[in-house]
Design a protein around this ligand. Structure first.
Ligand SMILES: [Fe+2]
Length: 356
C-alpha cells in the first residue's frame, strides 16, 4: 500500500495520493493546482503512473490540478455527475468503483456541502472532502448547499460505516490530519449529541465570509478536461451501507485453515472476469451487483456459515453487511481479499466463473 497525505498551506487543502504496490497505478484525491509540480515530482520519485484524479466536489477555495495533471501524466479526471461540471473524463455516481491496479475505491454520494459532493471509501479509510471535517463539517450556504442533505449524508451514510474507519477530510485549519468515524460520532461539535433540528440551526447561523477565491475557483473547477466515462460501475446497493453492522473478519491464512471444515460457503463477490483470472478453489461467484441476500437466505438458510471475499476487502464488507441485514447470523468477510490470499502464497485457481 502506498499512501501519502499532502497539504496545501494556502488553502489548507488536504490531498491524498494512493497507489497499488505491484502495478504502481495511482489516484490523487483533490489535487491543488499550485501543488502540481510537487505532485508530479512525487509520482516520478516513486515510479507511479497516475490513473485518475478524483474530486470530492467542485471546490470554491482552490483550483483543481485535474487538467494540469492530465496534461502532465495522462491521468483521467473524475467528478460526481451531480456537480454538473463539464469536461471531466468520468462522471461518477453513487456506488461507482474506481479500479487502479489491484486496488478499488468506492464512491459514496454525500450531498449537502454541494449537491455533487462525494466521499471515497478505500478499505479502512474514507476521504470525506468537505462533507465531514475533523470536529466539523462543510458549510452549506452557497453552491446550492443543503444542511438537510448534509445531515442525511453524515448521519445516514458516513456514520453508518464501521467506527474504526479512518476519516481523512478535504481540509483542516488547525493542523489535525486524521480522525475516525467513531471519534466524529462522539466528538464532532456540530453533530455529537445533536438532533437534526439542532444541526440545522447551527448550520444556518455560521455567519462565515465567502471564500476569497470563490469567483475564480468555482468556474474553473466546473471545467476540467474532456473525454468519455469509462469507470467500472459495480452498482453496490446503498442498503448494504445503510444497514451496515459490525462484520467479523478473518485473514487469508485463517481462511485457508477454515476452508478445511466442510459446510463453509465461500462467496466471491467480484466480477466474473476477476473471478476467472484468479480465485480461491471452492468459491462461488456472485458479483456484488447480482447478490440477492433474500434469495440466498431462502436457499441456504440464516444459519449458514458464509465467508465473503473480493479483491481487496471493500466489496466483501458490503456484501457481508447486506447478508447480515437480510438475516444471516454467521457472516464473515476476508481481510485483504484475494490480493492478501495471493500475497500469502496460498494456492490460486483459474478458470471460468461459476454462477450460483
Ligand atoms: Fe468545498
Amino acid at each position: 500500500m502506498f499512501f501519502r497525505q499532502l497539504f496545501d498551506p494556502a488553502s489548507s487543502t488536504l490531498s491524498y495520493l494512493i497507489a497499488d504496490d505491484t502495478t504502481h497505478e495511482a489516484v490523487l484525491v483533490d489535487p491543488v493546482i499550485e501543488q502540481t509540480e510537487r505532485d508530479v515530482r512525487l509520482l516520478r520519485e516513486h515510479g507511479l503512473s497516475l490513473k485518475y484524479t478524483l474530486e470530492t466536489h467542485v471546490h470554491a477555495d482552490h483550483v483543481t490540478a485535474a487538467q494540469a495533471l492530465k496534461r502532465a501524466t495522462g491521468a483521467q479526471t473524475a467528478v460526481c455527475r451531480d456537480c454538473n461540471a463539464q469536461g471531466y473524463d468520468l462522471l461518477l455516481e453513487d456506488g461507482d468503483v474506481i479500479l487502479f491496479g489491484h486496488e478499488e475505491i468506492l464512491t459514496i454520494a454525500t450531498p449537502g456541502h454541494t449537491p455533487g459532493s462525494v466521499s471515497y471509501l478505500w478499505p479502512d479509510r474514507v476521504f470525506t472532502g468537505d462533507t465531514l471535517l475533523i470536529g466539523g463539517c462543510g458549510r452549506t450556504d452557497f453552491q446550492n448547499g443543503s444542511a438537510e442533505a448534509l445531515w442525511e449524508s453524515i448521519t445516514g451514510k458516513l456514520f453508518k460505516l464501521d467506527e474504526q474507519i479512518l476519516v481523512y477530510p478535504g481540509h483542516d485549519y488547525k493542523g489535525r490530519r486524521v480522525s475516525s468515524i467513531g471519534e466524529e460520532k462522539r466528538f464532532n461539535a456540530r453533530l455529537s449529541g445533536k438532533n437534526r433540528e439542532e444541526f440545522l440551526a447551527i448550520m444556518s447561523n455560521l455567519g462565515l465570509p465567502m471564500p476569497a477565491r470563490i469567483h475564480e475557483a468555482v468556474p474553473s473547477n466546473l471545467e476540467a478536461g474532456a473525454d468519455q466515462p469509462a469507470v467500472s460501475r459495480a452498482s453496490e446497493q446503498w442498503a448494504a451501507l445503510e444497514n451496515r453492522v459490525a462484520v467479523q473478519s478473518v485473514s487469508a491464512r485463517q481462511l485457508a485453515e477454515i476452508l478445511r471444515t466442510p459446510g463453509i460457503h465461500l462467496l466471491d463477490v467480484r466480477t466474473p472476469l476477476e473471478f476467472g483470472n484468479a480465485r480461491i478453489a471452492g468459491a462461488v461467484n456472485i458479483p456484488l451487483d447480482r447478490l440477492d441476500p433474500a434469495a440466498l437466505l431462502a436457499s441456504i438458510g440464516a444459519d449458514a456459515l458464509v465467508y465473503c471475499v473480493c479483491q481487496t476487502g471493500t466489496r466483501s464488507q458490503l456484501a457481508a453487511s447486506a447478508l447480515r441485514s437480510a438475516g444471516f447470523t454467521r457472516v464473515v468477510h476476508v481481510d485483504g481479499g484475494t490480493n492478501a490470499w495471493a500475497l500469502a502464497g496460498l494456492p490460486v485457481a483459474r478458470g471460468a466463473a461459476v454462477g450460483a
